[in-house]
Design a protein around this ligand. Structure first.
Ligand code: PGA
Length: 245
């Protein structure tokens, strides 16, 4: 696992964008796995800026997203499809038909999960998966205790996750109770994982990851078993750990 230490959120976002851009230039048909949440927002801003200034093209890439709330329509401002369209896709030359987010309103969510894993396989797998991490070490919506071999599945969200995400909703009651998420097994099949970590509240989870002990109680620790992980973490996130460059 390579750890890139940066000063702050802004530098993390710049570095992450640089890595993504150079990969896209090198392989214009790559499959990118995108994440939502507060962490990658700055990275997406830099991708848009670069696209506008330098013309990096996304017209031939495909994308898959990690997760989606159950029950939210794509045009609901809190759905992850809406987030992706507005925070990134609408500002790039990406082919919308080649962007994929789990359908949280599918009648048969279990079937949707199987469809999604099949789709990822058909695309030839994810070349670069961008990941954030929850305060409890969750990745995607894989909460503590999730099997490391899990495929895409329906999850009941942890109370701490619903509370952390309530800031985007009118009230805690409006936060969906369930979601569809790529499983940890699905995430681990990605060829390269780019984990972004910023802020004090993530320091304990990051320290657990760096200790090297792999436990289902901290889902992100499985990344110690992945052959190609790049972590970009800022000073605050690294405040509970010794860093190696
Ligand atoms: P955040 O969420 O980027 O909004 O901190 C990360 C996560 O919960 O996976």
């Amino acid at each position: 696992m390579e750890i890139i230490e940066v000063q702050d959120y802004e530098e993390m976002s710049q570095k992450a964008a640089q890595i993504i851009i150079s990969k896209v230039i090198h392989n214009p048909e790559m499959v990118i796995g995108f994440a939502t949440g507060g962490t990658p927002k700055g990275t997406y801003r830099h991708l848009i800026e670069d696209h506008q200034k330098n013309g990096t093209s996304y017209s031939r890439i495909s994308s898959v997203n990690l997760d989606e709330y159950a029950g939210l329509e794509a045009n609901s401002p809190n759905s992850y499809r809406y987030y992706m369209n507005h925070s990134l896709f609408n500002h790039l030359d990406i082919n919308m038909d080649q962007t994929h987010v789990p359908n949280g309103t599918a009648k048969q969510l279990e079937e949707e999960c199987r469809r999604y894993d099949g789709l990822i396989d058909e695309l030839g797998g994810v070349d670069l998966q961008i990941l954030g991490m929850g305060v409890n070490g969750h990745i995607g919506f894989n909460e503590p205790g999730t099997s490391f071999t899990s495929p895409t599945h329906v999850v009941e969200l942890a109370e701490s996750t619903r509370k952390a995400n309530a800031r985007y909703f009118e009230s805690l009651e409006d936060v969906p109770t369930h979601a569809v998420t790529m499983g940890i097994g699905t995430i681990m099949k990605s060829k390269h994982i780019l984990l972004l970590v910023s802020g004090n509240e993530k320091a304990e989870a990051l320290a657990n990851l760096q200790k090297g002990a792999v436990t289902e109680e901290v889902p992100a620790t499985i990344l110690n078993h992945h052959p190609q992980v790049t972590v970009i973490a800022d000073k605050q996130a690294l405040s509970q750990t010794l860093t190696r460059r």
